[in-house]
Design a protein around this ligand. Structure first.
Ligand code: ZN
Length: 207
């Protein structure tokens, strides 16, 4: 019995190792496709709701078709004088678990349940904002990135008209090809519709 159990464990380990290897190769780094997309990965800094870095590297990875769609949105925006800023992209599962454990229960609608994992864990969700091509400055939206309040809603009617117009321009850029859909509670979060990828927990240091 013990020998059979050992064989079974070895078999499971090998299958898992092969799966992780294959998955790591399916993520691409967005700046490799277009270096003019700005990367400001907030979770690699202390400028996030955690108040401390939780990523070891400020590098944005996505599944190839997702990255291609982001590049397409960015190039459309450039014709209007804007560029995309990526605040978050692929997120290792263990970071999602960390958020779930730290966020108070009444705020958990803003974070993904680690029991199912999120599209960020699958490399097919991206958090984005805008920057001004001429000045290089980040564009103000009705709420700051990752503010867990009603001001983050795509339907929020407060803020200034200019802020709302920029939020809506970002949405138009991201949804115009039908590949992304905004998450209504967060103006910055876009889900890739075809997200048939497994949850990943590959650390940035291994990508
Ligand atoms: Zn997000």
């Amino acid at each position: 019995m013990e020998k059979n159990a050992a064989v079974a464990i070895v078999a499971i380990c090998c299958v898992a190792a092969i799966a992780v290897f294959a998955q790591s190769n399916s993520l691409v780094e967005v700046v490799q496709l277009d270096p003019t997309i700005r990367i400001d990965l907030r979770y690699a800094t202390d400028r996030n709701f955690m108040g401390k870095p939780v990523y070891s590297d400020a590098r944005a990875f996505l599944q190839q078709p997702v990255a291609d769609a982001v590049v397409s949105a960015h190039r459309w925006l450039k014709k209007q004088g804007y560029g995309l800023i990526i605040y978050d992209a692929y997120r290792p599962w263990s970071v999602t678990k960390l958020f779930w454990d730290i966020v108070p229960p009444e705020k958990r609608s803003y974070v993904a349940d680690p029991a199912t994992g999120s599209r960020h864990n699958r490399g097919c969700a991206v958090d984005v904002g805008l920057y001004d091509l001429a000045t290089g400055k980040e564009i103000a939206m009705p709420s700051p990135y990752d503010e867990l309040t009603e001001r983050a809603s795509i339907h929020y009617r407060g803020g200034t008209a200019v802020q709302r117009a920029h939020r809506d321009l970002l949405r138009r850029a991201m949804e115009r090809e039908g590949k992304f859909r905004v998450f209504a509670g967060e103006w910055w979060h876009y889900n890739f519709r075809n997200c048939n990828y497994p949850v990943l927990d590959i650390p940035f240091s291994s990508l």
